[in-house]
Design a protein around this ligand. Structure first.
Ligand code: PEP
Ligand code: MN
Length: 262
């Protein structure tokens, strides 16, 4: 298994940024790209954040919910990348969208597509870093198996992202599997990110899940931030304000400083 070869030191380099098992990075931005203006407002006000996320193609539970701005959303992200000199992260949902993802720096495969093996193989062929989310009903072994599909298709530039799994608990949207951080670090050579937003499903839990994840040794966080969370077109309950995000980053960096010293 390529991803389980612990003799290999994997470093994902994008421009001057490095993502690995010994670095820490944050990806932040709204659940969905809703307009150019909202992206400008968010990107201009997030402190020290190079990686900007935003969904253009949205995997919604109901077909009647906002499905994303699609091609236009990707165009907005491309403009943001140019205008603000940022790196962008966005989710691909199907193979027919591949051609649209040329400007996207990290391609996200969502939880619902973790075992869409044809999509994994096709995305791998683009040769760009892939952020692979753990399926809500998938084991760690299955998660690693999916990463191996990408690696064995010629692309070892993979970030694993734990985003909560379904359990009997209903107080949170999903249950964040904190232990997966250490297990995946021990078993693979891939950087491990945590998405506290989708796990929590509620904005007021994002801070504590983020800090716990950093303390547990994750290599990065993916956090949903919105300029006006209450009126967000998707995941309104879990997105944090720009102000909360900037304050959270101060604490995150303090915890990371402690972790780094070992
Ligand atoms: C997302 O990051 O916008 C998303 C849909 O996440 P997940 O695939 O983890 O549900
Ligand atoms: Mn979301």
């Amino acid at each position: 298994m390529i991803v389980e070869d612990k003799n290999k030191v994997l470093e994902i380099k994008i421009k001057d940024q490095v993502i690995s098992q010994s670095t820490f990075n944050v990806i932040a931005g709204p659940c969905s790209v809703e307009s150019m203006e909202m992206m400008q407002q968010i990107v201009a006000n997030l402190d020290n954040t190079m990686f900007i996320r935003g969904g253009a193609f949205k995997p919604r539970t109901s077909p009647y919910s906002f499905q994303g701005l699609k091609e236009q959303g990707i165009k907005i992200l491309s403009d943001i990348k140019q205008d603000y000199n940022k790196l962008i992260v966005s989710e691909i949902m199907s193979i027919d969208q591949l051609a649209l993802f040329d400007d996207v720096d990290i391609i996200q495969i969502g939880a619902r597509n973790m075992q869409n093996f044809d999509l994994l193989k096709a995305v791998a062929k683009l040769g760009k870093p892939v952020l692979l989310k753990r399926g809500m009903g998938n084991t760690i072994d299955e998660f690693i198996g999916s990463a191996e599909y990408i690696a064995s298709s010629g692309n070892d530039q993979i970030i694993l992202c734990e985003r909560g799994i379904r359990t009997f608990e209903t107080q949170t949207r999903f249950t964040l599997d904190i232990a997966s951080i250490e297990i995946l670090k021990q078993r693979t050579n891939l950087p491990i990110f945590i998405d506290p937003s989708h796990a929590a499903g509620s904005y007021d839990l994002v801070e504590s899940l983020s800090l716990a994840s950093v303390a547990a040794g994750c290599n990065g966080l993916l956090i949903e931030v919105h300029n006006d969370p209450k009126n967000a077109l998707s995941d309104a309950d879990q997105q944090i304000t720009i102000d909360k995000y900037n304050k959270l980053m101060v604490k995150v960096n303090q915890v990371y400083d402690v972790v780094k010293k070992g």
